[in-house]
Write a new protein. Structure first.
Length: 91
């Protein structure tokens, strides 16, 4: 079971992946960019196993997207989310 911060990150990554797939479908370029789809599935699986398996660049990018796209997440909540994630990675 994912913790609430991990679930938020997972949902954000999933929705971004879904949007990417839809865009590729509309462009008719899924087969030329299948590596992006497989990478997204890999990252979601890594997050399910343990967040520290995600490359830090992926985590930072997704956290930035969460802050930019989620009106429900205030700056305080986002800061707390980053604290929780960093403490889990340090453990």
């Amino acid at each position: 079971e994912l913790s609430p911060p991990e679930r938020l990150l997972y949902d954000t990554m999933f929705e971004n992946g879904r949007a990417m797939f839809r865009t590729l479908m509309q462009e008719g370029s899924v087969m030329t960019h299948y590596d992006k789809i497989l990478e997204r599935l890999l990252r979601l699986r890594q997050l399910c196993c343990h967040q520290s398996l995600l490359p830090k660049t992926v985590q930072a990018a997704e956290e930035a997207r969460m802050g930019a796209t989620s009106s429900a997440t205030s700056g305080v909540e986002l800061a707390r989310l980053v604290e929780v994630m960093e403490s889990k990675m340090a453990a």
